[in-house]
Ligand binder design. Structure first.
Ligand SMILES: NC(=O)c1ccc[n+]([C@@H]2O[C@H](COP(=O)([O-])OP(=O)(O)OC[C@H]3O[C@@H](n4cnc5c(N)ncnc54)[C@H](OP(=O)(O)O)[C@@H]3O)[C@@H](O)[C@H]2O)c1
Length: 326
């Protein structure tokens, strides 16, 4: 069987989950792709760190060029986090003939147009499924089976940390500060929660969703964004009295031919399907002009759910490579 070699940039939560998915389901994936998929090298910061998943020590490197310049590597999977050096590494991979798969929404949303045009210029693919709502296959759905629609509305709960905090505040009457502390202790929130609680992470995801479903790229910094820091228990109780639930909503809507977009806390009617999405779960509600209303629900983060999305993109990319080699 022909081989497709993968270079993994990063072996943290998502890198390890991707590796685990690829090897746990290796025979199934190879049967589907009709190629032997091998992880050839893994870039990390530290060679001594204990890892979530075991991988042969000789795969690890601290030199990105061992992957980006390796002629035998076909697909670069970027799961480092942050805009740089991740974006530059993805560009270097594309310039060196490698397809790219990423779950890094910060880098992908910041440099979306450059990355996509570089991929097109070099007749390569770049795939983003893990960037938006973790394990939920929303990007693949809107770019394949739903492609014949025009979308005039997207509403998403795209950040698990903030949905967990708002759920605990509403269901247990706890203050924002207390829930955040508890979420940090349980590992649901980062030590520095800024990107989550200030809505930046959701804005990155909305930027990618709009670009891929509505054909309109808006840099995340241009999306009006309000997080949940100032949502009080009083706000939540007031909403409950009105049969509403406060959620952090990423919204893109076409009104009178104009695209409006924002990330902000909204009081949704309790009947709205997004109002019932609890804890760390994510959901995306879309309205297409043929399919009408659809909702996607699932785990928006986590090592294996996100690894599933990334490995799915790897499998699809390997199928494309295999079809070109025939
Ligand atoms: N965690 C999730 O559930 C989730 C879900 C969806 C998307 N994402 C996105 O996926 C990406 C990865 O997230 P994660 O949670 O897996 O992060 P993480 O656990 O912090 O892992 C990052 C990995 O990248 C390596 N790394 C970072 N910067 C590097 C550099 N400059 N040079 C070499 N290695 C470097 C780290 O090496 P060391 O291990 O040696 O430090 C680590 O293995 C992020 O963009 C995140 O937003 C995460």
């Amino acid at each position: 069987m022909k081989k497709v070699n993968i270079g993994l940039l990063g072996f943290g939560n998502v890198g390890a989950g991707t590796y685990e998915t690829l090897y746990m389901n290796k025979s199934h994936i190879e049967k589907e792709a009709k190629v032997d998929i091998q992880v050839k090298k893994i870039l990390v910061n530290s060679l001594d760190k204990p890892r979530l998943v075991e991988a042969p020590q000789e795969l690890f490197t601290t030199n990105a060029d061992d992957i980006l310049l390796d002629k035998d590597i076909d697909i670069v999977v970027e799961v480092l986090g942050g805009v740089e050096p991740a974006a530059s590494y993805m560009k270097k991979a594309l310039e060196n003939g490698k397809h790219v798969v990423t779950a890094n929404k910060a880098a992908a949303a910041d440099q979306f147009e450059d990355l996509v045009s570089l991929a097109e210029k070099n007749k390569l693919t770049i795939k983003f499924e893990g960037c938006v709502a973790g394990g939920i296959p929303i990007l693949n759905a809107i770019t394949t089976v739903l492609k014949a629609n025009q979308f005039d509305e997207i509403l998403g709960i795209l950040n698990g940390t903030t949905n967990y905090i708002l759920t605990k505040m509403a269901d247990e009457g706890l203050s924002y500060d207390n829930v955040l502390k508890d979420a940090q202790e349980k590992g649901f929130a980062e030590a520095d929660p800024t990107a989550d609680v200030d809505g930046i992470d959701a804005a990155n995801k909305l930027s990618l969703l709009m670009a891929l479903s509505m054909g309109k790229y808006v840099h995340p910094s241009q999306i009006p964004t309000v997080g949940i820091r100032n949502v009080t228990l009083e706000d939540i109780e007031k909403a409950q009295q009105d049969n509403k639930t406060i959620k952090l909503i990423a919204e893109a809507k076409i009104k009178d031919g104009q695209l409006d977009y924002s990330v902000k806390p909204m009081a949704l009617d309790n009947e709205h399907p997004l109002a019932r999405v609890k804890n760390e779960f994510n959901a995306v509600f879309v309205k297409g002009n043929a399919v009408d209303e659809l909702m996607f629900y699932g785990r928006g983060a986590g090592s294996l759910p996100t690894g599933s999305a990334v490995a799915g993109d790897v499998l699809r990319t390997a199928q494309i490579i295999a079809s070109h080699r025939r």
